[in-house]
Ligand binder design. Sequence first.
Ligand code: SAM
Length: 328
Amino acid sequence: MERIIQQTDFDALSCKLAAISVGYLPSSSLQRLPVDLTRKYVQWHRDYLLSLKKFSRRAFGKVDKAIRLSFPVMNYGTYLRTIGIDTAILDFLNANEQVQVVNMGCGSDLRMLPLLQMFPHLTYVDIDYNDSVQLKNKILRENENLRSTLELSGEDATELPVLIDHKRYKLIACDLNDITETTRLLDTCTNRDVPTVIISECLLCYMHETESQSLISTVMTKYTHGLWISYDPIGGSQPNDRFGTIMQSNLKESRNLEMPTLMIYNSKEKYASRWSIAPNVIVNDMWEVYNTQVPEYERLRLRSLQFLDELEELKVMQTHYILMKAQW
Ligand code: SAM
């Protein structure tokens, strides 16, 4: 199961690369990127894909094929997920002088690259399974542009489980189901008194109920002041809503993949109840994010990229993905 879950990172990566190749991302206005970082954002992702080819032709083939097969509703989804999370991070970073970000189940996500450049006092920790971060480590070190952006050496000077141990960026191997090890590693590489952003982007949906709840409670009690940003699918709670059950059976049939809590936390409210110890919890589905956070000029820009005639399909999909922000 672990390996099957790790492979989901290649889905996330291909969606991101597809959205970049058509021009949905980056959104220089909503991701608040200056001109030079807008250009670099595209180049970093291209470089990542090129290096992936050197280390895993199979993964590259999958990702490359998926990029070519992407269609507008998926690109909208990736766009919304990315700007939704980035906006929440940026608001927190702008409101607090010194911040640490911990991206749990980071996969191939590269959002640390622009953020570390934009916020000189930021420190950033990426965590994922050993195999996933081993690959990410190789790619980041192999490509000259990625390597120099993170000021890394070409060779692995560090040892497991900390694969990159730069003073502002750490890449760590850890099974987040193992709460003792997760706690130990967070203790060594973060500071409990620094305002902390925790990101879980399509992570908790692959974890079991007890383990995910233990992760949430343990991490929240560790940091004095923080913001947890979580993005996941929800199964749907209306009596005639079959989104979740169809999604579960498709995943099981096509890849033997499970989402154990999809039907447990099947509504926005149930999903958000997992962070109830936080005094301030906001949860929106991504259709609400589209309608409230994407200004008209940005919608016009999106419409100019690809013709989207499946608006109803977009609405059905996006009401089944949520963005939760819990602040304490
Ligand atoms: N967050 C990234 C993104 O959105 O681009 C990757 C998302 S991918 C769908 C899910 C990631 O969570 C994978 O990289 C997987 O290895 C990681 N993951 C799932 N369960 C995990 C666990 N128990 N410990 C560490 N990583 C885990």
